[in-house]
Design a binder for this molecule. Structure first.
Ligand SMILES: [Zn+2]
Length: 189
């Protein structure tokens, strides 16, 4: 049964319309996109679809972060330990946190056709840091981030630029230290 709105074959949402004069209810098929645009965000099934999308997205991010952390602990361990030896301000866990947040920040981005990389802005990264902390440490998120050396967006800037200066992170021409100034990081609690 194709989508009743756009005609696409990949339908996955069905809506039962009860006929006014009794009898068999009419079943209408929608693709997910058309169902949401037809019934709107307040529809209970749309709310369910959104929750499922969010859960799937979080699952994908968590799996990607787990793979990246594995890489960090194996292939990049030596390099990170060298950085820590030269500047003990941040710990191995601090680097894990920043790389996990970077993975989270670029998750929904399409690769840049020029660099074939995905690049988060300062604001996107700082926002992802807070999300990653909340996801990983829940109620203890802010305190734990602080224990790793991240109290403000300037601390995030410092580790990012330390990584950039040491060739561990790519830099674009328009990246600026000032971009990190005063960005909201756990300011709402
Ligand atoms: Zn459709």
């Amino acid at each position: 049964m194709p989508c009743i709105v756009c005609g696409k074959e990949h339908v996955n949402v069905y809506s039962k319309i009860a006929p006014i004069n009794g009898g068999q209810p009419e079943i209408r098929a929608y693709c997910q996109h058309c169902f949401i645009t037809t019934f709107g965000e307040d529809d209970p099934m749309v709310i369910e679809i959104r929750a499922m999308q969010k859960e799937n997205r979080e699952k994908q991010i968590s799996e990607k972060i787990a793979r990246d952390m594995q890489q960090l602990r194996t292939h990049f361990r030596f390099k990170i330990e060298e950085l820590i030896a030269r500047n003990p301000r941040f710990s191995f866990e601090s680097y894990e946190f920043i790389y996990a947040s970077l993975t989270r920040a670029v998750h929904d981005m399409k690769p840049d056709p020029q660099t074939r990389g995905r690049h988060a802005s300062a604001a996107e990264l700082v926002r992802a840091c807070e999300q990653q902390a909340r996801h990983a440490w829940g109620d203890n998120a802010r305190a734990h981030a602080q224990s790793l050396g991240f109290s403000t967006s300037s601390d995030i800037r410092d580790i990012v630029f330390y990584l950039v200066e040491n060739g561990c992170l790519g830099r674009r021409k328009d990246d600026n230290r000032a971009d990190f100034d005063g960005l909201p990081f756990f300011t709402s609690i």
